[in-house]
Design a protein around this ligand. Structure first.
Ligand SMILES: Nc1nc2c(c(=O)[nH]1)N[C@H]1C(S)=C(S)[C@@H](COP(=O)(O)O)O[C@H]1N2
Ligand SMILES: [Mo]
Length: 422
């Protein structure tokens, strides 16, 4: 793990000078609010009575004043909520970890509620000894902890032909980033003994969709995890309680939830989720298949349509997220004028493999119109493309794997809107 805090650092003096020109330093702006402010001069209710005792919420919840911070769905996207999707409120979060209750949900037959005592994981197919594990059995294998992003391949899929949804929650919110605790799939496969003809694995879910995908053996033996904890607590039912497969850097569809079985085979199964779905129709009518790795991508989360600038001109904090299925994000460029000038953003927080990265860019807003964009560079040297660069190569039939550069237009009132500048 490396902790980085690099990029252009605006000098503190230049920053304060800018603030002064815009109507006072930050400290000065604070002092102006203080004179006669009833929030200071009058006793508030919470100072006049005792607060809650320790056991009022044995499993805690966010403040009642944060009730607007929630997953949201887009009703017209799907016919029914049990085979549907909701979105992570990226514009309300900071740092790199997604709180468990805000992780977007995607399921094909609703959330299964599984009794862990009645849950088993079977390994069968081309193995020396077919095995069945209870949850208690899994706890006897050596465990690991890793932070990984999970991005649905359909994230930003509605934006292929042009700007559509107003908010990064909807354009980019099919992603979450949590710390998983689990056992390497490799240990379980070794326990069963994979036959030399075993080249693929097929995880299967215990939900009513019984979802399945084909995963090549190299990936299964590399970094895949069978996980039961997220951010320290048990997986949430929506995320696959009691057990899910973690397939680092690869499209979310492969991360089978409510994991009940792993079959070993000698070739891929060509099931629904890797033929009619999760393939990319190109302009010439052929389809890309097995596009597993998630390409480098980024998005500015603030300002954005759901998070306008409310404070007027002067010192402004821009922030966002970047990630790559192929490694880390050493650099993110940011522009506030639609690509005329690019600036290196300041990366902040741990830079972990196949995890989200947080970036900031502090600037002095002159109160004029802005066109905000971010561009991620990953540790392989890959640079996030514009939407036109993607279309030149992939055509306009695609839904999945849209990692093109996102633009937000900010008007003079600080309100932001989804637009496209390619
Ligand atoms: N068993 C099962 N696993 C599943 C799914 C499902 O419907 N059933 N949906 C998949 C899809 S398409 C995605 S994008 C991710 C979503 O994971 P999340 O709900 O934790 O965000 O789970 C995958 N695993
Ligand atoms: Mo997905």
């Amino acid at each position: 793990m490396t902790v980085s805090d690099k990029g252009t650092k605006p000098s503190r003096r230049a920053f304060l000078k800018g603030a002064a020109a815009a109507g006072g330093t930050l400290a000065g702006a604070g002092a102006a609010h203080a004179a006669g402010d009833p929030v200071i001069t009058e006793l508030q209710p919470w100072m006049q009575q005792l607060g809650d005792g320790v056991d009022v919420a044995p499993y805690g919840k966010p403040s009642e004043y944060e009730s607007h911070v929630k997953r949201r769905t887009v009703e017209w996207l799907t016919a029914d909520p049990v085979s549907s999707i909701n979105f992570t409120p990226l514009h309300e979060l900071d740092g790199i970890i997604t709180p468990n209750g805000l992780c977007f949900e995607r399921h094909h037959a609703g959330t299964a509620h599984i009794d862990p005592a009645k849950h088993r994981l079977m390994i069968n197919g081309l193995v020396d000894t077919p095995l069945v594990f209870t949850m208690a059995d899994l706890l006897r294998f050596p465990r690991e902890n890793h932070v990984y992003f999970l991005e649905c391949a359909a994230n930003s899929g509605m934006e292929w032909r042009g700007a559509q949804l107003n908010g990064c929650q909807f354009t980019h919110g099919m992603i979450h980033n949590v710390m998983y605790t689990g056992v390497k799939l490799r240990h379980l496969l070794e326990e069963a003994g994979v036959k030399t003809s075993g080249k693929w694995v097929m995880p299967e879910g215990a939900d009513a969709a019984a979802m399945t995908r084909s995963i090549p053996m190299e990936k299964a033996l590399d970094d895949c995890l069978v996980a039961w904890k997220m951010n320290g607590e048990a997986l949430r039912p929506e995320q696959g309680y009691p057990l899910r497969l973690v397939v680092p850097g690869w499209e979310g569809n492969m991360w089978v939830k409510w994991l009940r079985r792993i079959e070993v085979g000698d070739e891929p199964w060509h099931h629904r989720e890797e033929t009619s779905k999760y393939t990319d129709l190109l302009a010439d009518g052929t389809a890309r298949r097995f596009t597993w790795e998630m390409d480098a991508k980024s998005v500015i989360t603030n300002p954005s349509p759901q998070a306008p600038i409310l404070h007027g001109k002067g010192p402004t904090v821009l922030t966002g997220l970047a990630w790559s299925g192929r490694g880390t994000i050493p650099r993110v460029d940011v522009t506030i004028d639609g690509g005329k000038n690019w600036h290196a953003a300041r990366m902040s927080g741990p830079s972990l493999d196949k995890s989200m990265h947080r970036f900031y860019f502090e600037f002095d807003w002159d109160g004029g119109e802005l066109l905000l964009q971010s561009r991620a560079h990953d540790s392989t040297g890959y640079v996030q493309p514009t939407k036109n660069e993607l279309r030149d190569y992939r055509g306009t039939n695609s839904i999945y794997h849209n990692n093109g550069i996102q633009t937000w237009y900010v008007n003079k009132n600080g309100e932001a809107e989804n637009v496209e500048v390619s």
